[in-house]
Design a protein around this ligand. Structure first.
Ligand code: IPE
Ligand code: IPE
Ligand code: MG
Length: 236
């Protein structure tokens, strides 16, 4: 697939509104999460087809552990299903899977599925699919600060060598292209602890449709809106 406008290299998506979408139809929230997973498959395919380099998807935040146990379990079940069922096709499509966040906190089976997906696709050269699971920007930055402090304490790093480039290399997004765009579905206008450091000069686009309603056409339309933005990075 080819589009007639300039596409961003690295897109972040806050996939929000699954629960409300389901509840509006009188269904359980998990019904929305399943629909959300199906939409995720479609968007990944489209992103890969049009040649986006990196797609970072916010699937589970460090704060989402506050949800009822049954909803967390349903989400974990869907995650397992996604990794186990989709991995072959993702691999065939040359997609390279990455994880943004902490692996601790997950059950063994979920952790294994994530590690296996990363390992299996590590030499692929197509879309970098970065799934943010147990991700939070504040945790990411806290861990980076700790790791840097440790190096300084052990004399393997000089304080004067701490610069923006070094800090970036301690984040989960290490070696990914600069984040160009964050889109969020469902009308909420906040970052909810997603890629706060990386979003310094990202364009933000808030879409009113919920994630299960976010069609490939809407995705393309949102990318087009991005291409019409004037990015100045503080210059003129
Ligand atoms: C987004 O949908 C998916 C996750 C956070 C896992 P929500 O579950 O947040 O749905 P709403 O926002 O409550 O409608
Ligand atoms: C953000 O959505 C996290 C994900 C989409 C995974 P939430 O629904 O958890 O965010 P808040 O609570 O509305 O800020
Ligand atoms: Mg939500």
């Amino acid at each position: 697939m080819k589009v007639d406008f300039e596409i961003p290299k690295h897109v972040g998506i806050i996939m929000d509104g699954n629960g409300r979408w389901a509840q509006r139809q009188g269904k359980a929230r998990v019904f929305g999460h399943r629909a959300g997973m199906n939409r995720l498959k479609g968007i990944v395919k489209t992103a890969s087809d049009i040649g986006i380099s990196a797609l970072s998807l916010y699937a589970f935040s460090t704060e989402n552990w506050r949800r009822p146990k049954a909803e967390i379990e349903a989400l974990m079940g869907l995650l397992l299903e996604y990794f186990n069922k989709e991995i072959d096709e993702l691999h065939e499509n040359n997609v390279k899977i990455r994880h943004l966040g902490e692996l601790s906190g997950f059950s063994d089976s979920v952790r294994k599925a994530i590690i296996n997906a990363i390992e299996r696709t590590k030499n692929n050269t197509g879309l970098q699919l970065c799934i943010a699971l147990n991700y939070g920007s504040r945790l990411e930055i806290t861990n980076a600060v700790k790791a840097i402090a440790k190096e300084v304490k052990e004399n393997s790093l000089d304080i004067d060598d701490i610069d923006e480039k070094l800090i970036s290399s301690y984040l989960y997004t290490k070696d990914l292209p600069e984040l160009d765009l964050i889109m969020r579905t469902s009308g909420e206008q906040r970052l909810s602890n997603f890629l706060m450091y990386q979003a310094a000069y990202a364009e933000l686009i808030f879409v009113k449709e919920t994630w299960p309603e976010f069609s490939d056409e809407l995705f393309i339309q949102t990318l087009r809106e991005y291409s019409e933005r004037n990015r100045r990075f503080g210059g003129l």
